[in-house]
Design a protein around this ligand. Sequence first.
Ligand code: FES
Length: 512
Amino acid sequence: MQITSVGHAGFHIRTAAGTILCDPWVNPAYFGSWFPFPDNTQLDWDELGDCDFLYVSHLHRDHFDAEHLLAHVNKDATVLLPDYPVPDLRRELEKLGFTTFFETENSVKHTVTGPGGELDIMVIALRAPADGPIGDSGLVVADGETVCFNMNDARPVDMDVLHDAFGHVDIHLLQYSGAIWYPMVYDIPARTKSNFGKQKRQRGMDRARSYIEQVGATWVVPSAGPPVFLDDELRYLNDDRGDEGNIFPDQMVFLDQMSVHGSAGGVLMIPGSVADVRGTELTLSHPVDPDEIYGDKAGYIEKMAQRLAPVLERERQSWAASADEPLLPQLKDLFEPIMAASDLICDGIGYPVGLVLGEDTFVLDFPKRSVREPIEGEGRYRYGFRIDPQLVRTVLRDHEPDWVNTIFLSTRFQAWRIGGYNEFLYTFFKCLTDERIAYADGWFSEAHDDSASCELAGWEVQRRCPHLKADLSKFGVVEGSTLTCNLHGWQWDLESGRCKTSKGHELRSRRL
Ligand code: FES
């Protein structure tokens, strides 16, 4: 099996049976905020796009690059489609001209036939509302000699399905770095922000190490991030100044963490690196000396910013022009039907949310299921967002079903909140269609599963994490009377079972 990195979460996998192109991403995502790092524009994309199979793990814009797929990927390729509850990914690919779909079944091993023979594959599909834009996935490919697990940024909760179906994994490609707006956009003191950033940075790498242990592959490739921020106003987000509070550590930082913790088998791949993997044997070649990139990272980013400035400018030109049409009716049209269809989510949010768009403030009144102007004297809202109205006008113009996959991941906004993270709120913003909200509301109503238990450091706790059902016997860490689930870093007070990270989500626990 020959695996070529095509940047970020993208890989090209060549086997005797055929080739698979995974998550090719080249054009900037999220309002021009994210670019692939290191630069991958120089690759021969027409050759890479001439593939037999296409795998797009999910609809996040750093995995699903519509413009690129349209221009460079063979429309006769068979799409290996994850098993998602809403068919948005298939619909988007159909719009681009793909017609042949192999519909996988979640966590089931399939055999597909390419021009050169057969290949075993499995797509582990995550289907909780918090997983990507309603769905994220990882792909396993086995050609009879080598087993590759491309986990990208998915967070599967059950690794047994992988080992039961494929046995030993030879090469594991996974995310280890941040891909979120927290804590940078929050209106909190700089020192607190830096401390939260440090925790977030470390937790991301701890989670990846926990996966590495569970998968037990011979070789591990840190992938799927971080992006690079080339816009002047976002350049501070790049981890190029040794800032421990930065949530975007790069591959070198993580490979270092792996060796500090005694994990062998870390492999650096940059766009164009080729790994020839024959079972447990691996030979690697790079297109350039990686030191040209990481030796002077800030200098590399500066040159990249200069080179890609026209691309960023073109992106800005595509945003909605400032307009005079009042925003309130448009916001009402969008949000009120969704509120009306999501009792559980609106109740979970529980408070009016402030939306400051330039000079205007609007209120998403979740308890009353309405969008309105502020009422005099109502004070500061418990949750709020300050967003450039131009971005909001753009997502309204484009009928975007997901503000997380557009505005929030851009980090081009500010937020505040009193109290913990509210998962219902972000779920609401990513479910702005009837289909999505119906699925998410139903999911929350059935999500609670505390039937099984496990023992952790003198406590009996429910085995499945109340957040997204991670196995706490593997992801749970107890310090004093606090339990941390390393899958997303949520915490519980074991004495009371109270979730310290988000509203609701109680945990069953008792001291042994
Ligand atoms: S599954 Fe998300 S914190 Fe446990």
